[in-house]
Write a protein that binds this ligand. Structure first.
Ligand code: ATP
Ligand code: MG
Length: 263
């Protein structure tokens, strides 16, 4: 039975897509059959894995709006054990098209339900808004991971977002739990980053991932080549960090395969 994890934060540019791509790829590297769902009309996870967002093949848009069965849209990626449900540019209109349909918050859940026995993990990359698409992700998911950039204003809006997760749990999806926060683009030398880290430790407690994702240019470069960090530079600090994050996630589920990198 798969776990469905939404990578979400209504704040933009905090490392959601980088985390969704590389956490999904790391889970696949660790032998987990994984599906990455690109729910962001920007399609950064789609292009980051080397797929076109020009509607060359069916996307999550058709799945949500036209009720196309997801198996007709899921694509194999160049990473073994990693599949993708791509976004397309026409998804910008998906919000509007979904606004008037029945059970509009349930569409993604219904589409992914047949795949729960198929994949070990379904990872959903969310847009930077608390929109109907993000609500669809939170309704489909049983866990949410919130990437947080180690910088000023990082905590702004966080309480509001967590409140939204609580509301979805209370009203539609009792299975939804906060898996935790993960510090991204972390620069250990910056005092500010250290301050954000200690704030987050207070805020999240045990659920804050011990793994921090460092700021490294290799992580920023990889998507422009349509590659995961493991394909682009397997020996980089970024690849080590995302492998450690996946290991930590699996260890929370009793997996004893690897030790962590606590930085
Ligand atoms: P959006 O809200 O627009 O969807 P996002 O939260 O998905 O953004 P990303 O696209 O993952 O954020 O990252 C924002 C930018 O920062 C991108 O250019 C990305 O390449 C870069 N970036 C992400 N993580 C790192 C990192 N650890 N080190 C260096 N650059 C990073
Ligand atoms: Mg993104």
């Amino acid at each position: 039975m798969s776990e469905t994890i939404a990578i979400a934060n209504q704040k933009g540019g905090v490392g959601k897509t980088t985390t969704a791509i590389n956490l999904a790829a790391a889970l696949a590297c660790l032998g987990q059959n994984t599906l990455l769902v690109d729910l962001d009309p920007q399609g950064n996870a789609t292009s980051g894995l080397g797929f076109s967002k020009n509607g060359d093949y069916p996307s999550v848009h058709q799945v949500l709006v036209d009720l196309l069965p997801a198996d007709q849209a899921i694509q194999q990626t160049s990473v073994e054990l990693l599949d993708i449900l791509c976004a397309s540019q026409d998804m910008v209109s998906a919000e509007l098209e979904l606004a008037s349909v029945v059970s509009r918050e349930n569409r993604l859940f219904k589409a992914l339900e047949p795949f729960i026995p198929v994949y070990d993990f379904i990872i959903i990359d969310c847009p930077p808004a608390l929109s109907l698409l993000t609500i669809n992700a939170l309704v489909a998911a049983n866990r949410a991971i919130i990437p947080i950039q180690g910088e000023y204003y990082a905590l702004e809006g966080l309480a509001y977002f967590i409140e939204a997760i609580n509301k979805v749990r209370e009203s539609i999806n009792p299975n939804l739990q906060l898996e935790g926060g993960v510090l991204t683009m972390f620069d250990i030398r910056q005092t500010l980053a250290q301050q954000v880290k200690s704030e987050l430790e207070k805020y999240f407690g045990e659920s804050l991932f011990k793994t921090q994702i460092p700021r490294t240019v290799r992580l920023a470069e990889a998507p422009s080549f349509g590659k995961t960090i493991f394909q682009y530079d397997a020996r980089s600090k970024g690849s080590e960090a995302y492998l450690s994050l996946a290991g930590e996630l699996l260890a929370r589920r009793g997996w004893k395969g690897m030790r962590f990198n606590n930085n």
